[in-house]
Ligand binder design. Structure first.
Ligand SMILES: [Zn+2]
Length: 152
């Protein structure tokens, strides 16, 4: 029998051929809890009014694609808030994803503006003379000197 040929499967996506790191790509996968299992306080506040990180139970992330919340389960329901369902976490994830996208766009726009400003500053500086410009200037100078010398 002929052995099959498998394409390579990389553990880290950075090793994949043609991988391009995205600027400002966050390190986390879950936008609900940043892979900590604890829902982001500012997101928790969207559901629990006056939510206080230091006083309230820990809102546990139940995003279906996220397993980080498992790390909190040993604390039990005395400490962990299990009311945030998968649907809520998915919604919070998409809200924060959108916030992140907008922040990234703003940052990109700012950087592009800076680059444009720098380019403009550069073009305001006198460019170096080309050899032909240099010759032209010398010829003009010589002509002026010549003209001056002819005068009595
Ligand atoms: Zn999560």
């Amino acid at each position: 029998m002929n052995l099959p040929k498998f394409p390579r499967q990389f553990i880290r996506k950075e090793d994949e051929p043609g991988y391009q790191p995205e600027t400002w790509q966050p390190k986390w996968h879950c936008f609900c809890c940043h892979d900590t299992g604890k829902i982001n306080p500012h997101l928790a506040k969207l559901v629990i009014e006056e939510y206080d990180l230091s006083k309230d139970k820990i809102p546990r992330c139940q995003n279906p694609s996220c397993k980080a919340g498992d790390n909190l389960d040993f604390l039990g329901s005395q400490v962990v808030d299990y009311r945030f369902t998968a649907a809520i976490c998915q919604h919070l994830d998409s809200i924060h994803r959108e916030e992140w996208r907008q922040t990234t766009e703003t940052k990109t726009a700012l950087v592009q503006e800076k680059i444009a400003q720098l380019a403009q500053q550069k073009s305001l500086k006198k460019p170096a003379r080309t050899p032909s410009e240099e010759t032209e200037i010398q010829e003009k100078y010589a002509a002026i000197v010549d003209e001056y010398n002819k005068k009595p």
